[in-house]
Design a binder for this molecule. Structure first.
Ligand SMILES: Cc1cc2nc3c(=O)[nH]c(=O)nc-3n(C[C@H](O)[C@H](O)[C@H](O)COP(=O)(O)OP(=O)(O)OC[C@H]3O[C@@H](n4cnc5c(N)ncnc54)[C@H](O)[C@@H]3O)c2cc1C
Length: 416
């Protein structure tokens, strides 16, 4: 008799947590992913600003999930037939008894057809490597151009979206330029300007007011311009347009909304306005106890009726919960509700500062940054990656860059 077969779509933080927890258990697992590695996305920004190497945040499935009961397939799922219990990769179909959908989100830029080509996203390893090369080329150019300071020569960098991702990327960008100008004193730092744009009234809209206020003060004190309540009206090759303002730039980074992928429409399940899948308190879609949805793609409300914020802690907790159900083969009526309470939050700012909050307690400064750093080291899979990140972070702190700042001559820039 064939064993129960579990198919997992996406081996990010949530999907790989399940697969790891079910290693060598009495269940056959097929994990399908577009990449042959799991990527630790929270540190993509550090790759983009050349603090760590791309390879220290990616772990190949072959080493992470080595087990007799796990098979990994490199491929992109294009549709799901929930009645026949089949998953499709182009024209190949794979049967399942249980299905876990953990394919995460994608930046919502496709709906902005004419802006899209001018936007840079930070979601994949390729995105981070491309940004890194763009920034390194720019800094090399700055070193070799004898510009006298004039308004026409200012290069603007614009980040759209001021959630945790946007704020942290803005901070990393600031640090990269700050280090560069401190090592190249002949160049005027006013040649570079950073803008953070938010359409809501405040930055970090999902965080406590005290956290948002401190972050606002911290970033503006570094000369970063923050524009809140600011609606973008157009983006083209000249720059970015608002109601009463225009910023000339070809460096626009998208850190605003993310959405679920279109292949999920084939599931014919309830979706939110951001195309995430609405799940019940056992993380199933309605009427299908064999289909679990976890991680960023799951739309789950907490006891107060608010959507749970999407982050690594939640993704891991959901992965562990589903692994427990599958390990014990619990029927729907035997399953405990998925419960999640995490009031703690940490946001990395510039110059090794961070803000850590837990309920009403707030800690700011270097110790908060150490907590942020330790949490990342704890979460990143693989001992080699942990060591590599510790090594490169120490080098970066000491302002020694062993190999993170190499420009790969085969990566062509858009303007070249
Ligand atoms: C730049 C950035 C910074 C972040 N910073 C933080 C932070 O500081 N703290 C924090 O807690 N969280 C942070 N996050 C969010 C965090 O990374 C996510 O919450 C977490 O990765 C969600 O995990 P997941 O398993 O749902 O999806 P993901 O980790 O996104 O994994 C999805 C996987 O599915 C695969 N996939 C997608 N579509 C398909 C398909 N059709 N077929 C096959 N495979 C597919 C992808 O290749 C990927 O491997 C950040 C995210 C980004 C992008």
């Amino acid at each position: 008799m064939s064993k129960t077969q579990l198919v997992i779509i996406g081996g990010g933080i949530s999907g790989s947590t399940i697969a790891k927890a079910l290693k060598n258990k009495d269940i056959d697992i097929i994990l399908i992913d577009k990449a042959n590695y799991t990527l630790f996305q929270p540190l993509l920004k550090k790759v983009a600003v050349s603090t760590i190497t791309p390879y220290s945040i990616a772990t190949p499935y072959d080493s992470l999930l080595k087990s007799n009961n796990i098979k990994t397939i490199l491929g992109e799922v294009t549709s799901i037939d929930k009645e026949k219990k089949e998953v499709f990769i182009k024209d190949k179909k794979i049967r399942y008894d249980y299905l876990v959908i953990s394919s995460g989100l994608v930046p919502n830029i496709d709906s902005y057809t004419s802006w899209k080509e001018h936007l840079t996203t930070l979601k994949t390893l390729n995105d981070a490597i491309n940004i890194k090369h763009k920034l390194l080329h720019f800094l090399e150019k700055l070193k070799n151009t004898q510009l006298t300071f004039s308004k026409n020569y200012i290069t603007n960098f614009v980040i759209i979206g001021s959630g945790t991702k946007g704020v942290e990327f803005t901070s990393c960008l600031y640090d990269m330029f700050d280090n560069f100008f401190s090592q190249n004193k002949q160049i005027n730092p006013s040649l570079v300007k950073i803008y953070l744009i938010e359409k809501k009234q405040t930055i970090l809209p999902n965080h406590p007011t005290a956290v948002a206020t401190y972050t606002y003060q911290h970033l503006t004190s570094k000369g970063i311009t923050i524009l809140t309540s600011t609606e973008i009206t157009n983006i083209n090759s000249e720059g970015i347009f608002f109601d009463k303002k225009f910023i000339k730039t070809n460096n626009i980074f998208w850190s605003a909304e993310n959405v679920g992928s279109s292949y999920l429409d084939s599931l014919d399940a309830n979706q939110s306005s951001s195309h995430t899948l609405i799940v019940d308190s056992e993380l199933n879609i309605s009427g299908h106890p064999e289909i679990f949805v976890i991680g960023d793609i799951a739309n789950l409300l907490n006891e107060q009726g608010k959507i749970l914020p999407k982050n690594c802690n939640l993704a891991k907790a959901q992965g562990k919960y589903v692994a427990y159900i599958l390990k014990n083969r619990l029927f729907k009526n035997e399953r405990p509700y998925f419960k999640y309470t995490n009031n703690c939050n940490v946001i990395a700012l510039t110059k090794s500062y961070a803000i850590f909050s837990i309920k009403n307690f707030i800690l700011k400064g270097k110790i908060a940054w150490m907590i942020w750093w330790c949490l990342n080291i704890y979460h990143i899979p693989g001992i080699k990656n942990k060591i590599s990140i510790i090594f490169h972070s120490i080098c970066s702190f000491l302002k020694i860059y062993p190999n993170t700042k190499l420009i790969n001559l085969h990566i062509k820039q858009k303007n070249e």
